[in-house]
Design a protein around this ligand. Structure first.
Ligand SMILES: O=c1[nH]cnc2c1ncn2[C@H]1C[C@H](O)[C@@H](CO)O1
Ligand SMILES: [Zn+2]
Length: 348
């Protein structure tokens, strides 16, 4: 169903998705195909029934509960072909939703069950992004994730492998997983290593634990962007710092409600954050697991929070501003976005 705002179809608005996980983005048809090629028996071959294994429902009680959904699909992301295909399909879908730029994140160590090396995982994901970029004209870059439950050596390996791909399609590193059980201060050495190699950093923080984690991520892990950060409102002094430094928040509304980072839509702080002048961006997190898309996220912003087309344009511009792109590429992206909005009669 196409939703219109001031006579403009929301799906046709130019968008930027900076926070989308590879393993949270599988389509049922892809799972069916990969299961067959991997020789894995599925509980059902009905696409609709398969969705209940892949997606969270209203009963999701926490981030930990949400993360349990990923075990189902990780099994199918263990080969070069699977990684390349799923990366490509994310760009394909981004194009359908008029995304002009996307950053896809993945944890290389989760894709090594069939013997791939860390660098090979990165290589094949970037190959899929490149093919998507060439076919659809959507700029696509990768972010390598360190996992909170992985050991020091596994995460150091990710930083080391990532350093070889910076400037070749990979743009940053991240920390994801169970935030409540593993606070960010455990990872200071890991991100000091990324800092020494000049690798940009974004950290999932202030999602399943308090705003102090946002402060730690920025001040001690060198994060220049924050994944989610939705619990920032719990600490006014940290909020002030984030506004003063204009550190972008990669907010993911549908996912944030499902993981209970925020208990309901009435208390979701996106309008407040926007009005205060925080550098907010809006993203999908896990389109497959969350059953979302960039169009759905924008529709929620318009319908629940009264965002106008021009405010949605501002959010897309924030996405371009926050992109981990080299300055000249970023300037080009911003210029193109402005032109697209102008052609729709929207000034940003
Ligand atoms: O929203 C999230 N918070 C923390 N970790 C997450 C989130 N979404 C996905 N992940 C984890 C589960 C995936 O297996 C992993 C790599 O993409 O990242
Ligand atoms: Zn995430």
């Amino acid at each position: 169903m196409n939703i219109h705002l001031n006579g403009i179809d929301i799906s046709s608005l130019p968008k930027i998705d900076l926070h989308v996980h590879l393993d949270g983005s599988l389509r049922p048809q892809t799972v069916l195909d990969l299961a067959e090629s991997h020789g894995v028996q599925l509980p059902t071959t009905d696409k609709h029934a398969l969705l209940s294994h892949m997606q969270v429902n209203e009963d999701c009680s926490s981030l930990q509960d949400y993360l349990s959904k990923f075990h189902f699909t990780t099994r199918f992301l263990q080969t070069a072909i699977a990684l390349e295909r799923v990366a490509f399909e994310i760009v394909e879908k981004a194009n359908r939703h008029h995304c002009k730029y996307i950053e896809i994140r993945f944890a290389p160590q989760l894709h090594r069950e069939r013997g791939l090396y860390t660098e090979e995982v990165i290589h094949y994901v970037l190959a899929g992004l490149k093919r998507g970029e060439q076919q659809f004209g959507v700029r696509a870059r990768g972010i390598a994730i360190c996992m909170r439950h992985h050991d020091h050596q596994q995460n150091m390996e990710v930083i080391h492998a990532a350093s070889k791909y910076i400037g070749k399609g990979l743009v940053a590193v991240d920390l994801a997983g169970d935030e409540a059980s593993y606070p960010p201060e455990l990872f200071r050495e890991i991100f000091a290593a990324s800092h020494r190699r000049d690798i940009p950093v974004t950290i999932h923080a202030g999602e399943a634990a308090g705003a102090a984690n946002i402060h730690e991520a920025v001040s001690n892990l060198g994060a220049t962007r924050i994944g989610h950060g939705v619990r920032l409102q719990e600490a006014p002094e940290i909020m002030d710092m984030m506004i003063a430094r204009q550190i972008p928040l990669e907010m993911c509304p549908v996912s944030n409600i499902q993981t209970k980072a925020v208990s309901n839509w009435e208390s979701y702080p996106i309008r407040d954050y926007f009005e205060r002048g925080l550098m907010i961006t809006v993203n999908t997190d896990n389109p497959g697991v969350s059953g979302t898309s960039m169009t759905k996220e924008y529709r929620i912003l318009a319908e629940r929070f009264g965002f106008t087309t021009s405010e949605l344009g501002q959010i897309a511009m924030n996405g371009a501003h926050a992109a981990f792109l080299e300055e000249s590429e970023k300037a080009k992206l911003k210029r193109e976005l402005r032109e697209e909005f102008a052609s729709l009669g929207i000034s940003v």
